[in-house]
Design a protein around this ligand. Structure first.
Ligand code: GTP
Length: 596
């Protein structure tokens, strides 16, 4: 295909501003999906995506569109919308020349609108500002066109107005994409360089890799090479999605499509990597490749210990499809055999856990998630801690915790509440700007550990749902962090150890000891429950002794009944965990770990 008739674009938007709906409408208007085949959100293929209404994996679709007698090929690249997947967003953007910046005409600019816009600007994309949902009675297109024009420059009158729902304005938008976006440029005679912006595992076809060709050409049956690993593969199939996969005679400069090599593991076809010809390799890769870096770790345990091998198999399978998922075996006194699993963020954790439970039929318990700390010990060694149990005892010189740069957008009446919240989460304010007379952007530097768990929920409730949040990793700081252990009769219960800020250690200790006192049944002796930092006890509860005699209820000599009761008690014991001399039903641990 002649690059002059190609336009590569993506749609960027805050969550729920209607990106998927607009994409669906474009597929319909360009005729690639007939109305009768139209399922809501055609591009979101995974069930979980459809049910949660979120886009996890990006996809690319080729659509024909004619302007003034010339047939153009538009490649629409779908991008994930959640902060956990920012790296994937940035790779998708790098595959485009332009971006449709979509803003809900009843909501205005939100935090992810800004975050995505900045990413698009970093990639030098041409921006087409568009207001969506103009069919809504609450839409205020005049007001928000001005807000958008103020943000990116230009005339409010040039901001397109569309409705993904009714289809109004969508044709005009397709025309504008052809007119305003530059055609791709590249060197057709150079060795091939194609950037991988997505890679998905398909049960039947193995890994399907989505690429954007920058220079040269990739052809079927030739051998290609992954530039980061030097691994080479035969190109079994190459083609475009429109939207069903359609094989072609290759992909040239500016083209977007998929390739299949028969590899079974997405980690052999990594997002951000450059593909070249093995026979005539490019000297330099396209750059910008990054290994996915897990930010949050949690222990995953099968509730039924005999499911451990099944959990391992399930994780192996999921990893084929998810290059960001990392795990290693771990054992816990309280929970038995399980895995320490690393995730990009909490949404990623939830998705993985839900898939394990749903697709693999596993019942799981996860330990409280934690971020990754770097600990400097007395002998000046740096230790990476992904699990509180790895936190070194003895003297510690410094603990480094990961930080994020957060952007919060909200109506100005909530500024006080937001500042208070950020302060209580050990945040440092970096700046504040008015986007319009009643909307404020606040910028904070915050510890990841303070933001990643419940921050967004609290922020929403303090601002009656009006605030939006976006953040990205931004360095680290040295903090006063300690490990709090929970002891049952002097024995440490590993699953409950936590790394917290010194000021929050006491409240964590009190909360956990009280919870466990309520959940653990009485034993034949008194059981102290303590919270400790090193050897210093910071909280204490105790479970009073009871003499548990199941036979007491059986008067007389009904021996069969006695035997039955003893059997039953044995049955019960199997689900008991021993912590030192203390018998704890596994349910108590599970209940203590589940957040209320
Ligand atoms: P993610 O893919 O998760 O980022 O969400 P999204 O931005 O794609 O939003 P989606 O297309 O799922 O739409 C969000 C909600 O807005 C859905 O309930 C849509 O039905 C609704 N919606 C989308 N476009 C329009 C529109 O033009 N008008 C109206 N009234 N509703 C719309």
């Amino acid at each position: 295909t002649d690059p002059a008739i190609i336009r590569n674009f993506c749609i960027i938007a805050h969550i729920d501003h209607g990106k998927s709906t607009l994409a669906d409408r474009m597929l319909q208007k360009t005729g690639v999906v007939a109305a009768r085949d139209m399922k809501a959100q055609y591009l979101d293929r995974m069930d979980i995506e459809r049910e949660r209404g979120i886009t996890i994996k990006s996809q690319a679709v080729r659509m024909p569109w004619e302007v003034e007698g010339t047939a153009y090929a538009l490649n629409m690249i779908d991008t994930p919308g959640h902060v956990d997947f920012t790296y994937e967003v940035s790779r998708s953007l790098a595959a485009c020349e332009g971006a449709v910046l979509l803003v809900d005409a009843a909501q205005g600019i939100e935090a992810q609108t800004l975050a995505n816009l900045y990413l698009a600007m970093e990639n030098d994309l041409t921006i087409i500002p568009v207001l969506n949902k103009i069919d809504l009675p609450a839409a205020q297109p005049e007001k928000y066109a001005l807000e958008l024009a103020n943000l990116i420059g230009g005339d409010p009158a040039d901001v397109l107005r569309v409705s993904g729902k009714t289809g109004e304005g969508v044709e005009a938008l397709l025309d504008k994409i052809v007119r305003d976006l530059p055609a791709p440029v590249g060197n057709a005679d150079a060795p091939a360089r194609a950037m991988i912006f997505d890679s998905v595992y398909d049960t039947y076809r193995g890994v399907v890799t989505y690429v954007r060709v920058v220079d040269g050409k990739l052809s079927p049956r030739e051998r290609i090479q992954m530039m980061s690993t030097k691994a080479s593969h035969e190109l079994l199939e190459i083609g475009v999605s429109s939207p069903e996969p359609t094989p072609t005679q290759g992909l040239g400069v500016g083209e977007v499509g998929y390739l299949i090599t028969g590899v079974k593991d997405v980690r052999q076809s990594k997002v951000g990597d450059t593909v070249t010809n093995l026979a005539k390799p490019a000297a330099e890769s396209l750059g910008g490749y990054q290994d996915p870096k897990p930010m949050v770790f949690s222990g995953l345990y099968p509730i039924d210990g005999s499911d451990y091998p099944a959990l391992r198999d399930a994780l192996d399978k999921l990893q084929l499809n998810d290059a960001a998922l990392v795990y290693e075996p771990e054992t816990s006194v309280a929970l038995g055999f399980g895995f320490r699993v690393g995730f990009l963020g909490l949404l990623h954790l939830e998705i993985v856990r839900e898939r394990l439970e749903r697709e693999f039929n596993l019942d799981l318990i996860s330990t409280a998630p934690n971020v990754v700390y770097e600990v400097k010990t007395e002998d000046k060694k740096m230790i990476t801690v992904t699990n509180p149990s790895e936190f070194p005892g003895g003297k510690i010189l410094e603990v480094h915790e990961p930080m994020v740069a957060a952007t919060i957008l909200a109506p100005n009446e909530f500024v006080g509440a937001i500042m208070e919240l950020c302060q209580s989460r050990r945040g440092h304010m970096r700046g504040m700007d008015y986007l319009s007379e009643d909307r404020v952007e606040l910028r904070y530097w915050l510890p990841l550990a303070e933001i990643v768990f419940d921050f967004f929920d609290v922020l929403k409730s303090k601002t009656r749902g009006y605030a939006s949040l976006d953040w990205k990793a931004d360095g680290e700081q040295v903090s006063d962090l300690v490990k709090v252990d929970i002891l049952l009769q002097g024995e440490q219960v590993d699953a409950f150890s936590a790394i917290t800020h010194k000021d929050k250690a006491y409240s964590y200790g009190v909360m956990m000891t009280q919870k466990l006192r309520e959940l653990i049944p009485r034993q034949q002796f008194e059981v102290p429950i303590q919270a400790a930092i090193g050897s210093r006890i910071i909280a204490r509860e105790s479970i009073r002794a009871i003499r548990k005699d199941v036979l007491a209820k059986c008067y007389g000599g009904d021996i069969s009944r006695k035997r039955k009761l003893l059997e039953k008690q044995k049955e019960g014991k199997k689900r008991m965990k021993m912590v030192g001399r203390v018998e704890v039903p596994q349910e108590a641990f599970i209940a203590a770990l589940s957040s209320d």
